[in-house]
Structures are given as structure tokens and as C-alpha cells.
Write a protein that binds this ligand. Structure first.
Ligand SMILES: Cc1cc2nc3c(=O)[nH]c(=O)nc-3n(C[C@H](O)[C@H](O)[C@H](O)COP(=O)(O)O)c2cc1C
Length: 191
């Protein structure tokens, strides 16, 4: 199963449109896909309570439980989220921080996060309102790379579109939606 995470609080926005295309492309190549829209879930941030230190399991019970399971089962991961103040939307950052429990599982308890035993490709799809003159995607890319490595995902591809501010504006881009579709199909074929 390929898991797609819609990380923007703006439902039906640019990154979600791109994610839908990537997942459709993956399905066209025969993959099963699941999409999770973070803004429909209630996920608290990490409190650094150290409750996961002995077990690699978070003590907070909320909708993150669904994601903990999916992150272990999935064969590939597509994350789509816009740039917010050079970083990621807080809804997605909360998910990433809650994966501190997986960091403990992997690095302190020497256990794999992945249940598949196979290399799991990861894709990061993002947009930003500003032009890319300031390398606007770099900080978020670094966060996603660290996140992927913690959950046994290999950072395999990225799709970035600057100068995309208004809801749905990505539809006007000459290739973006097709780029996402093609990438989704390519990742699915590689599994
Ligand atoms: C809180 C907030 C912070 C943002 N920060 C940035 C930013 O630092 N740089 C930028 O280029 N665009 C920024 N944007 C613009 C969004 O990246 C842009 O509107 C994007 O298209 C939203 O994607 P979505 O439709 O998938 O939600 C910000 C938007 C919001 C709401």
C-alpha cells in the first residue's frame, strides 16, 4: 500500500491536488493507495514527556494511533504539504514530532519501524507562494529527510512548485499535475 499524507490545513488546495494526482498515477500502475487528510484528524504535538523512552511507544492516545500503524505497514509514502514560514504546517509538524517514539524504537531499542522488510521510497511534494530565489524549499526538505530516515523511508523524489499561492492555482501550471501523476506511477512500478 502506498500512503499519501495531505499535510495542508487547506482542504482541496494545491498540495492536495498534486497528491491526488500522484496517488492516481500510482493506482494506474497497479498499486493500492490510501490517503490521509491531516486536517480531519486530531493529533497533539509531542510533549517530551519521555514516556516512549523504554518502549518506543507514545503514551498519548489520539488519531496518531492510525498513523503509527500505517507508517509501519506502508510500502511507500507520499507527503504533500505547502511551505509555511519556511517550514511545514503545524498539523504535519505535530505528526513528525510524534514520531520521536519511532526514533527511540529505531535508535535506542534497535528495532525496525517498517514491517515490510523492503526498501520504502518516499516522495515530498510541496508548493510555496514566493519565487524560489531564496531556495525556499530547503529547510522543509531537511525536515522531511530526517523524518523519512527515522521511519525507514528512503527520500527518493521531490516535486516543488514555487509561485503558487492561491487555492487551486496549481491547475494553471503547464505540467505540475501530470508531473505528479507520472511520478506516482514511477514509484508504484518500482515497488
Ligand atoms: C501560515 C502561512 C504561512 C505561509 N508561509 C509561506 C512562506 O514562508 N513562504 C512562501 O513562499 N509561502 C508561504 N505561504 C503560502 C503557501 O505556501 C501557499 O499559499 C500554498 O499554495 C498553500 O498550499 P495549499 O493550497 O496546498 O494549502 C504561507 C501560507 C500560510 C497560510
Amino acid at each position: 500500500m502506498i500512503l499519501g499524507i495531505a499535510g495542508s490545513p487547506r482542504q482541496g488546495g494545491n498540495t492536495e491536488l498534486l497528491l491526488d494526482q500522484a496517488l492516481a498515477g500510482a493506482r494506474s500502475a497497479g498499486a493500492d493507495t490510501e490517503k490521509i487528510v491531516l486536517s480531519k484528524l486530531q493529533i497533539q504535538g509531542c510533549t517530551h514527556c519521555e514516556g516512549c523512552l523504554e518502549t518506543g511507544r507514545c503514551v498519548i492516545r489520539d488519531d496518531m494511533d492510525l498513523l503509527y500503524m500505517k507508517f509501519r505497514e506502508m510500502e511507500a509514502l507520499f507527503i504533500a504539504a505547502p511551505i509555511y514560514f519556511l517550514g511545514l504546517p503545524s498539523q504535519l509538524k505535530a505528526v513528525i514530532d510524534r514520531c520521536e517514539a519511532f526514533w527511540v524504537l529505531k535508535n535506542k531499542l534497535n528495532q525496525a519501524v517498517s514491517l515490510t522488510g523492503k526498501k520504502r521510497p518516499g516522495v515530498f511534494i510541496s508548493v510555496a507562494g514566493a519565487p524560489d530565489k531564496t531556495e525556499i524549499f530547503n529547510p522543509a526538505r531537511r525536515i522531511i529527510r530526517a523524518f523519512f530516515s527515522t521511519i525507514d523511508v528512503v527520500y527518493t523524489a521531490e516535486l516543488f512548485f514555487p509561485e503558487t499561492e492561491l487555492k487551486g492555482q496549481i491547475r494553471e501550471h503547464p505540467t505540475a499535475l501530470m508531473d505528479a501523476y507520472t511520478l506516482g506511477a514511477r514509484i508504484a512500478r518500482s515497488l
